[in-house]
Design a protein around this ligand. Structure first.
Ligand SMILES: Nc1ncnc2c1ncn2[C@@H]1O[C@H](COP(=O)(O)OP(=O)(O)O)[C@@H](O)[C@H]1O
Ligand SMILES: [Mg+2]
Length: 286
């Protein structure tokens, strides 16, 4: 059977792959696979029918590779594809588990900064945060939503110098919620801060519990990290998702820590990595 991948369409040229993924689509096509195009904008506005118009019926098992989707949007895509004889190799429950921090946090306990979270709708007041962070060690913290941080607005909307300062904690959380606006994913997460050293994170791509590609994180594309994976692999296997990424940073004491887990279908592949190094490892369904 062939490897089939659904890529996001170029919003400006509806018969082409989005330029951001063109290299990857070429790797799939040139070497052994087939591709089809999905309309990410249509998925985001809740129109799965329009989003999948260009996807032929009965493609069999497929992967998605494209821009991030909410767990709900991914489930809508999966549901409609299934009715048309095409099955996403990552089940919607597995997508949510890898994509949102509450889904993977406990499985990675001991390997990732301890974290607490509270579900919130966009724009909602976060409530009593003192109570929320009580399980955490006091001191500095990091704030994000279930999927993304405002790391580029570090001082106002991401980093909390002292979680015992309730006004500051609330200020950072409220700012993060305001900046995420309608894109706030799931709710608020507060994590214990850890000091990382080195030039950048490693992004490890895992397929069926095995490390398929160890590369740089997109924020530091020229770094060639060499993380220690022995402790991480059992947690990846325990999570049980077929295709995920883990972003690893070296803590000041030398330990490699899992900063973040992501679904491999929507994690960014830095342009310094040859896509074949990843796609050669994606299992072709039998
Ligand atoms: N608990 C933490 N301790 C120290 N630094 C952190 C922590 N969490 C995140 N960071 C820093 O903030 C960055 C962004 O956080 P991350 O969880 O990866 O969110 P995003 O999804 O926006 O990349 C990380 O790359 C790391 O440098
Ligand atoms: Mg990150």
């Amino acid at each position: 059977m062939t490897l089939t991948v659904l890529f996001c369409v170029d919003p400006l040229r509806p018969r082409r792959v989005d330029p951001h993924f063109a290299r990857e689509a070429a790797a799939v096509r040139d070497h052994y696979g087939e591709i089809a195009l999905v309309d990410h904008d249509a998925l985001r506005r809740g129109d799965a029918e329009a989003a999948l118009r260009a996807v032929p019926r009965d493609l069999g098992p497929v992967w998605y590779r494209g821009w991030m989707l909410t767990a709900g949007e991914y489930a809508a895509m999966a549901g409609l594809l299934k009715k048309r004889g095409t099955v996403l190799l990552t089940h919607p429950d597995d997508y949510r588990r890898a994509h949102e921090l509450p889904g993977w946090h406990d499985t990675f306990a001991g390997l990732t900064p301890p974290s607490v979270w509270r579900p919130l709708s966009p724009g909602q007041d976060p409530g009593d945060l003192g109570e929320l962070v009580r399980p955490l060690r006091g001191g500095p913290g990091v704030v994000k939503d279930y999927v993304k941080s405002r790391k580029h607005e570090w001082d106002e909307a991401c980093f909390v110098p002292d979680m015992n300062d309730p006004a500051r904690l609330r200020g950072v959380v409220v700012k993060m919620i305001a900046l995420q606006d309608e894109f706030l994913a799931g709710g608020v997460v507060v994590r214990e801060y850890e000091r990382y050293v080195g030039d950048g994170e490693a992004r490890v791509w895992w397929v069926d519990g095995e490390p398929a590609l160890v590369g740089p994180h997109p924020d530091s594309p020229d770094v060639e990290p060499d993380p220690e994976l022995a402790a991480v692999a059992p947690a990846v296997r325990a999570l049980g998702c077929r295709f995920i990424t883990t972003d690893l940073a070296r803590r000041a004491d030398g330990e490699w820590r899992v900063v973040e887990v992501g679904d491999g279908q929507v994690s960014d592949l830095p342009s310094t990595v040859d896509p074949m190094d990843l796609y050669a490892h994606l299992p072709v369904p039998d």
